[in-house]
Ligand binder design. Structure first.
Ligand code: EPU
Length: 788
């Protein structure tokens, strides 16, 4: 292996890994840079699947070492590394310490890891990831990109610009960078090594680079540092150890404080006195344009295809560095224009004329503010944000700053903290952040503790023209991906319904059931006419999506997990139409049964008054053969029009139909469109009298509270209500679900009841009826959906 070091690695002071922040595992004298870059050994990496560790593994393999690694999980990264030669074990086996000459471990690995324990007992050399990286870097001329925010983007940008400038740099950055190919790369042809320096655990002070870029310095990682002073000290140490130039952001007051007095300092930013300065900045949708001047001399125009003012700063740092390394501005600006974002840095997950979904890793208040500003500048109607706080310690320490970070978001849904490797701190939750955001005066913040429901909460708010942003360093991006996948389908559904309907994602079915219980419908679609309904049926058939039709939801108990697939709610347009023709009334499936009764009254048609007491729609009444006042739907229905599973329309007369007590099986696999009801001409006073009798019956024998009507079918032996009453179960409850004291066959929702509570109460009643009276109660209410 060719080695390119010019022996700059003979420090006057003790080696950095012997310094105050270095590992305590130092039972051996070791020239680590020489060991890693000039010799070849057997090296084992503990926690190799981590994003930082996998980069080290790739570099070590490229340097010719025999590399093995262990982790509790295997990932796409470990698969890729195995193809490059990594020997991987999905468990930490002590014998791996035995066979290795050196152990490198991730900061996520605890001291009692069996490989570390074993290595220590053998006196094997053990080093931390950052120590290994710092040592590898010393085989080259190091460039460290340091700072609290923008490191990954800027280090990737630097590696890209130097690569395009023909310098063949090696690099190590903390995320997958599509434009660079991989997160770590060794190129024996080049002299430079660009690395993202990690300040989070102080190991940044291990580097002895030739050049350093200081992006910004701020209070962060307060789990590790006492205060800003302690953070600045570590940066100051890095600067002292930098042999060449220190590039710093002149618009960041802490960076200025640390770097101002340096003779080797080169400043960049927007301020007049910056050595490299951006002027005439024009931010556009996904990027910006600006002119660059060096100490008053115009260098030219830069175009950036990553958004936000913060990235103008990042690019200026890269321009300053690359210029000082001798890359021409023409080359720099050309390669900057080609630069694409790192994964999870304003990464566009979905883009259509109606919606834009963007994911960003931002997790510190400053990053959040910058990313939201960039999101706002894109010019969409609203910015909806899903935020997952990262680490309990940060959430606690910066709660006030988080409260002020979301001003540029129209809506914010905050979920619970992604702990990383931290133990929870009591009281430190997403709720705490929401309280801070609200206290700061934000009107659109809400809390969703269950991560897997966050995409539903945000998705249900979606309106055409919205930008949705997921923010956080944990796994919140998976929620945005889930939303993006469903949005693709929702857009197809929208294309089907066009102006003749509505499509909404994750509509809470508690809004559409009279019981006010139920999780969301994955896709909620309201067609306005038969043609659109038929197309929806065909689409669901072709795509193999479950389709469920919902009327007024008056006889429905939807479980807390909601309904997967397409929920069709025919309403408005043709579906609400009621037409009278002689003694016949034709009503659309979405019309209320009550309105059929009143249309009868208006036209002097009697015999339909009892429909007044049924809270459902025509479609629901047909499906259930609903009944009241001793009558049932099919006593009045003479024709039914329906769509079959292929979306074909059919009309059947009453005598062609099979109908049972509370059941009309045809509609199990077909979908009602309309029905013709027949009454008979009757004097108005008689109709009014019957309507009033029905109202009176309802008023006196049924609860006014939220319910799904009768829960059980009436068994032959005794009406269910009477039975429940006799069993003494009235008023018994589970949570907020309670048996009505008015009527034993009604369960009422006292406010916020869950389906789980409802179902538990139903089971309790059934069990009691069976045990005490030997009666098997059968539910009349339809129970559907997924468990919560
Ligand atoms: N009863 C009691 N205690 C009670 C409830 C009822 O003793 O807590 C007695 C009543 O006094 C009556 C008998 O049980 O002697 C039957 O009760 P009710 O007249 O209220 O009728 P129901 O059979 O319970 C049926 C329908 C209702 C409809 C009413 C009114 C069924 C399962 N229920 O109730 O429909 O509103 O008649 O006509 O057929 C529905 O379908 O969701 C529904 C509520």
């Amino acid at each position: 292996m060719k080695h390119v070091s010019e022996n700059r690695d003979a420090p006057a002071q003790p080696p950095p890994w012997a310094g105050p922040v270095a590992s305590s595992e130092r039972a051996f004298p070791l020239d680590l840079p020489g060991f890693l870059t000039r010799e070849q050994h057997r090296i084992h990496l503990v926690g190799v699947a981590g994003s930082g560790m996998s980069g080290i593994a790739a570099l070590l393999i490229k340097l010719g070492h025999t590399v093995s690694g262990s982790d509790n999980v295997s990932t796409m990264e470990t698969d890729r590394l195995q193809r490059l030669g990594l020997r991987f074990h999905e468990q930490h086996r002590p014998e791996d310490a035995d066979t290795a000459d050196l152990i490198v471990f991730s900061s996520a690995i605890k001291g009692d890891n069996p490989i570390l324990v074993c290595a220590r007992s053998y006196g094997k050399p053990v080093v931390r990831r950052a120590e290994a990286l710092a040592a590898i870097m010393r085989g080259k001329r190091g460039i460290v990109i340091a700072g609290m925010h923008g490191k990954t983007t800027t280090s990737a940008m630097t590696a890209h610009v130097l690569r395009e400038g023909g310098l063949h740099p090696c690099h190590y950055v903390g995320a997958e960078i599509p434009i660079l190919g991989t997160n770590a790369h060794w190129d024996s042809r080049g002299e430079y090594f660009v690395a993202e320096g990690d300040e989070s655990d102080g190991t940044i002070a291990l580097f002895q680079p030739e050049h350093t870029v200081i992006l910004n310095i701020e209070e962060e990682h307060l789990d590790f540092y006492a205060d800003l002073g302690a953070i600045e000290k570590v940066f100051a140490q890095l600067i002292t150890q930098t042999t060449g130039k220190v590039f710093y952001n002149i618009d960041d007051k802490n960076a200025v404080r640390v770097c101002r007095s340096l003779a080797r300092g080169i400043s960049y930013g927007f301020a007049d006195e910056a050595d490299y300065r951006a002027i005439d900045i024009r931010l556009k949708d996904f990027g910006s344009m600006f002119r660059v001047s060096r100490r008053g001399q115009d260098l030219g125009e830069a175009v950036l295809n990553v958004p936000g003012q913060h990235n103008v700063h990042n690019a200026l740092g890269v321009i300053a560095l690359a210029s000082e390394l001798g890359v021409t501005f023409e080359k720099i600006s050309k390669s900057l224009a080609k630069f694409e974002h790192a994964r999870r840095r304003f990464e566009i997950k979905y883009h259509s004329p109606r919606f834009l979904l963007v994911d960003d890793y931002g997790h510190h208040p400053t990053e959040i503010r910058a990313t939201l500003k960039a999101a706002k500048s894109v010019g969409r109607k609203r910015v909806l944000t899903m935020f997952q706080p990262h680490r309990y310690s940060r959430t606690k320490a910066l709660r006030k700053e988080f409260g002020r970070a979301f001003d540029d978001a129209d809506r914010v849904v905050v979920t619970d903290v992604y702990g990383s490797n931290e133990a929870p701190i009591p009281g430190v939750t997403g709720q705490m952040i929401v309280e801070e955001v609200v206290a700061h005066g934000h009107r659109g913040a809400s809390y969703e503790p269950r991560l897997q429901w966050v995409h539903c909460a945000v998705g249900n708010m979606l309106e055409s023209g919205d930008l949705v942003l997921s923010l956080g360093a944990g796994n919140i991006h998976e929620q945005l991906s889930a939303l993006a996948a469903d949005l693709v389908i929702a857009e197809k559904l929208k294309a089907i319904v066009g102006e003749n309907g509505e499509v909404r994602l994750y509509e809470p079915l508690s809004k559409h059931t009279t019981l006010r219980v139920g999780g969301p419908a994955q896709f909620w679609v309201e067609p306005r006419n038969e043609k659109v309904f038929a197309e929806l049926i065909r689409f669901c058939g072709d795509e193999n999506f479950p389709l469920f039709v919902m009327g007024r939801g008056s006889n429905l108990l939807v479980r807390d997990g909601g309904i997967r697939g397409v929920v069709v709610h025919p309403c408005g347009g043709e579906f609400d139409k009621i037409e009278v023709n002689g003694a016949e009334i034709t009503a659309g499936a979405g019309a209320k049964l009550k309105e059929v009764a009143y249309a009868g009254k208006a036209a002097g048609i009697g015999g339909l008054e009892w429909l007044e007491g049924i809270p459902g729609t025509v479609g629901g009444g047909l499906r259930m053969n609903a009944g009241a006042m001793g009558a049932q739907t099919f006593e009045n229905v003479v024709r039914v029009r329906y769509l079959d599973a292929n979306g074909e329309a059919h009309t059947r007369t009453r005598d062609e139909l099979e109908v049972y007590y509370r059941n009309f099986p045809l509609l199990e696999k077909n979908f009602a469109v309309s029905a013709v009801f027949r009454g008979q001409s009757a004097p108005l006073e008689e109709i009014v009298r019957k309507l009033e009798a029905s109202q009176e019956k309802r008023r006196t024998s049924q609860p006014a509270a939220k319910s799904a009507g009768c829960i059980f079918k009436n068994p032959d032996s005794c009406p269910a209500g009477k039975l429940v009453d006799e069993l003494g179960l009235k008023n018994s409850s589970v949570g907020k679900a309670r048996v009505s004291e008015v009527h034993g066959n009604f369960i009422v929702n006292d406010g916020g009841a869950t389906a789980v509570e409802m179902l538990e109460l139903i089971e309790k009643i059934k069990a009691t009826a069976l045990a005490k009276r030997g009666i098997e109660l059968e539910t009349e209410v339809q129970i559907v959906g997924e468990p919560g």
